[in-house]
Write a protein of this length. Sequence first.
Length: 131
Amino acid sequence: HYDQEIEKLATLLTGGQNKEVEDLIKTWGLSWYESDYFDLTSKQVGPITSTEIIDQIWQLSAQKPYSNSIMRDGGKSYIVRWKEQKIENTPIKDEDRKTLSQSRMNEIFGRLVEQFKTQSKVVHNPQINKL
């Protein structure tokens, strides 16, 4: 019976039947683990370290909120789901805007300097020793 239910869930995920997936998960009494915010360069999202699952996470959106299949990482199985978080835009004060602008300029300048360091070539000038 368990295998049939898992197969049913897998079929619903593949078919993109989001409402039915959510209903089945509620029927089973399962809950969702919600990760914290994570960076786009993260190699781990919550307890998930599988690159296959993380690649699936980047494909989720409000229009496609569920993974295409049940995925495994180690001994655990996962269904990943998109959860949209509304972030309120708060106005930035003028002094904060200036500080952020300066910080951003310093960051860009630092990157430029690092880029020059990696692309620069040091050449010995024998004429200097003659002076």
